[in-house]
Design a protein around this ligand. Structure first.
Ligand SMILES: [Fe+2]
Length: 219
């Protein structure tokens, strides 16, 4: 995947938000969250000696199905997977599993609402998760997703609380626990605490995505 191609896919989603009559806030949150997650994933991947480009793209596009979710009434991870599976298998997989830290798929009755009651999507996810060996890129996207909100990097607790409030749902404790385990996994991999690492980076723009610049670049 090339950067221009990824930007075009995102721009297409921007046009969809306008077409769907969704608020500017929807786009603002979406844009900043994905670019923030991508920057976070890139920094961690670099220190973990992973492929930074792959980490960046997987994180950047992990929510690509989100804008269509309400309208299609389907889980955005599955929509993203379907959008990207023929373009890039790694990114498509990251989309599909990104909401389930360490592939912990809750019972259907617990996540029914998030899946718009689509038992087929649940079955597909469940089968995939059972067969798909999780790799560090999937895990890194899950972590980056759990650390990035519309304003940059926040703690896992802040992110989960905000997410639960915004969507009017309760996040199971097992999810919070799993996200913290993910952070510990990468703390160990890079040899330092991720919160400390990011607090030491002076250029805060590394976390704050550049909406204005992006809009300028996009014309
Ligand atoms: Fe996300």
């Amino acid at each position: 995947m090339k950067l221009g191609e990824a930007h075009n896919l995102i721009l297409h989603e921007k046009n969809l938000t306008i077409k769907n009559g969704q608020s500017d806030n929807t786009w603002y949150f979406f844009h900043n969250h994905i670019y923030g997650a991508a920057e976070i994933a890139k920094v961690i991947a670099d220190l973990a000696q992973m492929n930074t480009k792959r980490a960046y793209f997987c994180a950047l596009l992990h929510d690509i199905g989100k804008i269509r979710e309400q309208k299609e009434q389907r889980f955005h991870g599955v929509i993203g997977y379907e959008m990207l599976k023929d373009k890039d298998e790694h990114i498509a997989c990251a989309c599909l599993v990104h909401s389930f830290p360490f592939n912990q798929l809750e019972d259907f009755t617990h996540i029914q609402k998030a899946l718009f009651n689509k038992i087929n999507d649940y079955q597909m996810l469940s089968d995939f998760i059972n067969k798909h060996p999780l790799d560090d890129y999937d895990l890194l996207v899950q972590l980056a997703d759990g650390l990035a909100n519309a304003y940059g990097l926040v703690s896992i607790e802040e992110r989960v609380e905000e997410y639960a409030h915004r969507h009017g749902i309760e996040i199971p404790f097992s999810m919070l626990y799993a996200l913290n385990e993910l952070k510990k996994y990468f703390d160990k991999k890079i040899g330092c605490d991720i919160y400390t690492l990011f607090s030491r980076i002076k250029n805060k723009n590394v976390f704050i995505p550049v909406l204005d610049d992006f809009q300028k670049a996009a014309g």
